[in-house]
Design a protein around this ligand. Structure first.
Ligand SMILES: [Mg+2]
Length: 154
């Protein structure tokens, strides 16, 4: 059975300079492989992220985002600057409990909670979303290939 892979943003896909992207200072600019805000703070994707997204796409695994950032438009700019927004046809980005994000994702995608896998660095999200029946994976030091591969049955 195919699964929907859902990702948090801050401290899961990227590190916004040791903080959350809603604590950065746009405008942003792309510099080589990272992004800088107007103060020169670096926002970086975790090292495995591009490979993970490409591999999932190659295997036709649908992907979504669930972020409760207070600055959705900034997060969307970062997705575009990192050139990864196209991986995610479903993007739920707004500051409420992630139960809401998953309710919308279930309706939009047709996937049941038991056929979703979710990666996040905050235990409160893991507990809330896990209680829905979603396989919720705690991300400690940024998303890694190993964490994702453990959830892949190819
Ligand atoms: Mg996070």
């Amino acid at each position: 059975m195919q699964k929907l892979f859902v990702f948090d943003l801050d401290f899961t896909l990227w590190d916004a300079g040791g903080t959350w992207c809603d604590h950065t200072n746009p405008p942003y600019r792309r510099v080589n492989r990272h992004v800088e805000d107007s103060y020169g703070s670096r926002i970086v994707l975790y090292p495995d992220v591009l490979e993970i997204l490409n591999r999932l796409e190659e295997n036709n695994i649908p992907m979504a985002l669930a972020s409760r950032t207070g600055a959705p438009s900034w997060a969307m700019q970062l997705l575009q600057l990192f050139e990864i927004d196209h991986f995610f046809p479903y993007q739920e980005i707004y500051p409420v409990s992630k139960i809401k994000h998953f309710d919308v994702l279930k309706k939009q995608t047709g996937f049941s909670y038991s056929n979703m896998v979710f990666f996040d660095d905050e235990m409160r999200n893991i507990h809330e979303v896990g209680a829905l029946g979603v396989q919720a994976i705690y991300v400690e030091n940024g998303l890694s290939l190993q964490l994702v591969e453990e959830q892949l049955v190819l």
